[in-house]
Ligand binder design. Structure first.
Ligand code: RRO
Length: 320
């Protein structure tokens, strides 16, 4: 058997293993993102960067809920011109860097992508799915036509791999994923956060100033996993799974559902940056114990399992 390797190739972007942080977690400080890489992640993803500085929503912007967190940061970021230096810094430190970004129009998306490419990012993650902004910025999420248009405009400005991050808050994620692929996306990140609300019983009002927020963490994992399952059936390009990955078993579930890599976010809040190394180690052990030598061999395997038959139910000791 050939030597076990965790390396994956996402449209030409080669990672030493299939883990990254989810955009937004730990923000955009090069020092913090370097810690994620040093802790074992295959690459890092920045907080979404826009064309101009934005302060985001006033506090409270984050609340812990059962098995997860609800955030409505509102796209706070210092603007792409300020951020160029941070990308340079990350690259000087030898950190493979995916720059997450957004715009308020097709033109703005394209301009930001151009600047991030010039700055030296290794790949781009086009955020087509922020749940916490008004119409003009949130317009993309559900509209397949817009996703295709903006992806094509971005691809015209960059030679980097472009991952398009989709929203779970749609009725048909497959059609939005297909649209991104038609627009030239090199991979799909599935998915951003799930829209929700938390209410304070004493103040009798929503906890977040924005009222609604994006749910992340284990609470949303089954939904995100279903999205990965559906998207991987709909497109030919790689899928990056994102949503509630906390343990190595979660990461393996995502691979089996069709993801070629996973992003880990909220787990950092509960388990610290050590979570990256723990997940990578667990994944390596799983592969060794099950005779896999490459991550690709695991990707999508659950689709091939077929439905339960009476004899497979017997083997699993399941009674119906
Ligand atoms: O900043 C945010 O409020 C935010 C973003 Br850009 C995003 O993509 N997803 C999310 O849950 N929050």
């Amino acid at each position: 058997m050939s030597k076990l390797s965790l390396a994956v190739d996402l449209a030409g972007f080669r990672l030493r293993n299939p883990t990254m942080n989810a955009a937004g977690v730990l923000g955009m400080s090069p020092a913090l993102l370097k810690r994620v890489y040093d802790a074992g992640a295959g690459a890092v993803v920045t907080k979404s960067i826009g064309p101009v500085p934005r302060t985001g929503h006033p506090n409270p912007t984050l609340v812990q809920v059962s098995c997860g967190a609800l955030n409505a940061m509102g796209l706070p970021n210092p603007g792409v011109d300020y951020f160029v230096d941070k990308i340079v810094k990350l690259k000087e430190m030898g950190v493979p860097t995916v720059a997450s970004f957004f715009g308020g129009s097709v033109q703005e998306f394209a301009e930001v992508a151009y600047k991030l490419t010039k700055a030296g990012a290794d790949a781009l993650e086009l955020n087509a799915s922020c749940p916490n902004v008004a119409e003009e910025l949130g317009m993309l999420a559900a509209d397949a036509g817009n996703v295709e248009k903006v992806t094509a405009a971005v691809k015209a400005e960059t030679n980097l791999p472009v991952f398009v991050k989709l929203s779970p808050n749609v009725t048909n994620i497959k059609s939005v994923a297909k649209a991104a692929e038609w627009g030239g996306a090199d991979a799909i990140t599935a998915v951003n956060t799930l829209l929700g609300i938390a209410i304070d019983v004493n103040f009798r009002r929503p906890v977040l100033t924005n009222t609604t927020g994006g749910l992340s963490g284990p609470a949303m994992k089954p939904v995100a996993l279903r999205c990965v399952w559906e998207v991987s059936q709909a497109v030919e390009i790689p899928v990056i799974g994102c949503g509630g990955v906390t343990t190595w078993e979660d990461a393996v579930e995502y691979l089996l559902a069709g993801a070629s890599a996973v992003e880990i976010g909220t787990a950092v809040m509960t388990r610290g940056v050590g979570v990256y190394g723990e997940i990578v180690e667990g994944l390596e052990r799983y592969m060794a114990e099950n005779g896999f030598s490459r991550v690709e061999e695991v990707v999508g395997l659950a689709h091939e399992a077929g439905r339960y038959t009476e004899s497979s139910l017997d083997k699993c000791n399941i009674r119906v």
